[in-house]
Design a protein around this ligand. Structure first.
Ligand code: TPP
Length: 369
């Protein structure tokens, strides 16, 4: 009898790769350091500043939801729960770095220099919300899921060709990793060793579609491996771990070693957007409360209080400041001249296409009255 032939075991290979992706954490949910060896090089002032930004942003989120309900804001995607993944990563950037955000990533833009008034104008669909000031290196929030990944590969290649010590960073959600653009973007950046950081904020849901139905991959980080991109899975509710992996990714990119994919495990406490989805129809209250225990603000507060760097008074001060800033910015947005149809058309076309000329004239006439 012929000896039994061995068969290949691709399942084993896959399982081996998948088992490598363990969640990296520095601060556990009680604010205790569990990975001292990886503690990032941040001064006490830096740590406090990062907390201030997270608290300020939580208030901005609460105020934005309320303004939206009053009809004073337009499109808004809530951010509470994602402060560590958003601001821990932004804190690792330099001013010359480019941010290519998704629609939920307005906080990173603000801390990268976008005036709050303009963020509100963006929400209202006003063109001035997309005219970023000189020196704010960022694109407008992307609404087309995944498109920012391809654009990031291009921006990163541009940075490389110009010999700049900078990176392009982008953000998508778990759902975004199912898009073709996701794979094209990371593959291109990898092939050209472009200085890019590809963040996946895995908040477990793409609107109402749970992560398990989104993809058969055990982790989303492993999707980088196929393109030869070093990839990390990190606790996205831990600002220190997020900062550390992003800073390391930035250092590698600037040193010419190419892109990194970072999956940040997180949760959005609110609805997907303010357009009307009801999370109680697709998430259980047990799931919500499990994640609330992981709240990035709670654990960072505990950590800083233990070091005597934070207290209630300080937190109240930041909250009051945030409310003031929101009040002032929304007033400025209200006082901004309303946009006209002809302005929109002029911004879109350098030379008005002949088929629109007639409409243009009609609106010009209407607006002159
Ligand atoms: C190409 C494309 N398809 C569908 C949509 C509609 N859409 C808007 S948000 C969304 C879910 C995205 O989920 P995820 O990537 O997980 O991001 P999250 O909002 O959870 O951060 C979908 C399908 C879209 N905007 N663009």
């Amino acid at each position: 009898m012929a000896p039994k032939k061995k068969s290949f075991d691709p399942v084993k290979t896959l399982e081996e790769i998948e088992s490598k992706f363990e969640m990296f954490q520095i601060l556990d949910q009680d604010g205790k350091i569990v990975n001292e060896d990886y503690m990032p090089d941040l001064s006490d002032e830096d740590l406090v500043e990062l907390m201030e930004r997270m608290v300020w942003t939580r208030v901005l989120d609460q105020r934005s939801i309320s303004l939206n309900r009053q009809g004073r804001l337009g499109f808004y995607a809530p951010t509470a729960g994602q402060e560590a993944s958003q601001l821990g990563s932004q804190y690792a950037l330099e001013g010359e770095d480019y941010i290519l955000p998704g629609y939920r990533d307005v906080p990173q833009l603000i801390w990268h220099g976008l005036p709050l008034t303009q963020a509100f104008l963006f929400s209202r669909g006003h063109f001035k919300g997309n005219q970023f000031p000189e020196g704010v290196n960022a694109l407008s929030p992307q609404i087309i899921i995944g498109a920012q990944y391809v654009q990031t590969a291009g921006v990163a290649l541009g940075i490389k060709k110009r010999g700049k010590d900078a990176v392009a960073i982008t953000y998508t959600g778990d759902g975004g990793t199912s898009q073709g653009d996701f794979y094209e973007g990371i593959n291109f950046a990898s092939a050209y060793k472009a200085p890019a950081i590809f963040v996946i904020q895995n908040n477990n849901y793409a609107i109402s579609t749970p992560r398990e139905l989104q993809t058969a991959a055990k982790t989303l980080a492993q999707k980088g491996v196929a393109s030869g991109v070093p990839s990390v899975l990190v606790d996205g509710m831990d600002p220190l771990a997020v900062y550390k992996v992003t800073k390391d990714a930035r250092d590698r990119a600037v040193a010419g070693d190419g892109p990194t994919v970072i999956e940040m495990l997180c949760y959005r406490f609110g609805p997907h957007t303010m357009a009307g989805d009801d999370p109680t129809r697709y998430r259980t209250s047990d799931e919500d409360s499990d994640w609330e225990k992981k709240d990035p603000l709670v654990r960072f507060r505990k950590f800083l209080e233990e070091k005597d760097l934070w207290n209630e008074e300080k937190e109240n001060e930041v909250m009051e400041q945030a409310k003031e800033d929101v009040k002032k910015a929304i007033k400025e947005a209200d006082n901004t001249e309303k946009q006209t149809v002809t302005q929109l058309m002029e911004l879109m076309y350098d030379e008005m296409p002949s088929n629109l000329e007639e409409q243009y004239e009609v609106y010009k006439e209407k607006e002159s009255k």
